[in-house]
Design a protein around this ligand. Structure first.
Ligand code: PGA
Length: 242
């Protein structure tokens, strides 16, 4: 694992965007694995800025998002479909048909998950997978569990995730209890992984990811086994490592 220390959230965002931007420059038709949550918003803003300044061209890029709440339609403002349009896709010259998010509006979990797996596999997996990390070490919505999941799965969100995500909903009861998420196996197929983290709430998860045993109880710890994984984190998130 390569660890890059950033001063703060802005610095982390710029460094992460530089890595994603370099991927797009090196391979204009690359497949990017993308993430939602608060952490990547700064990096997406920086990519949008660089696009507007003419430095980046997304016209041949395709994207595959990690996860989606089960039961939310694409136009629901709380859905990750909506988030991606709002925070990135509608601001850059990407072909919207080349952007993919698991279909939370499909109530048939088996079909929603297997069709997403087929899509990512047919693309030959992603060139660069961007990841946030949960306070509990989750990646995508792969929550701490007894075993690593290979492909896309329907998961029950843990209380800690429901609580962490409730800040984005009016009431905690409104947070969906289930989600479709790319499995850890699919994430490990990415040719490069970029995990970003900011703030003191992520410090324990980052410590466990880097220094702890590889265990499905800390899903991100599996990244110790990835051949090309970079963590860009600010000093607060790295506090327990230094
Ligand atoms: P956050 O979420 O970026 O909103 O902290 C990260 C995650 O849960 O993966």
């Amino acid at each position: 694992m390569r660890i890059i220390e950033a001063k703060d959230y802005e610095d982390m965002s710029r460094k992460a965007a530089a890595i994603i931007g370099a991927q797009v420059l090196l391979k204009p038709n690359c497949a990017l694995g993308l993430a939602t949550g608060s952490t990547p918003i700064g990096a997406y803003n920086q990519l949008i800025d660089w696009y507007k300044q003419g430095y980046l061209d997304f016209s041949r890029v395709s994207t595959y998002n990690l996860d989606e709440y089960r039961g939310l339609s694409h136009d629901n403002p709380q859905s990750y479909h909506y988030f991606m349009n709002e925070h990135l896709f509608s601001h850059i010259n990407i072909d919207i048909e080349a952007t993919h998010v698991p279909d939370g509006s499909n109530p048939n979990a088996e079909e929603a998950c297997s069709s997403y797996d087929a899509l990512v596999e047919a693309a030959g997996y992603v060139d660069l997978q961007l990841l946030g990390i949960g306070n509990n070490g989750h990646i995508g919505f792969n929550e701490p569990a007894a075993a690593f999941a290979a492909g896309t799965q329907c998961v029950d969100l843990t209380e800690s995730t429901i609580e962490a995500n409730s800040r984005l909903f009016d009431h905690i009861e409104d947070v969906p209890r289930q989600a479709y998420t790319m499995g850890v196996g699919t994430i490990m197929h990415a040719r490069r992984v970029l995990l970003i983290a900011s703030g003191p709430k992520k410090a324990q998860a980052i410590y466990d990811t880097v220094r702890g045993p590889v265990t499905p109880e800390v899903p991100a710890s599996v990244l110790q086994l990835h051949a090309d994984c970079t963590i860009v984190a600010d000093s607060e998130a790295l506090a327990l490592l230094t």
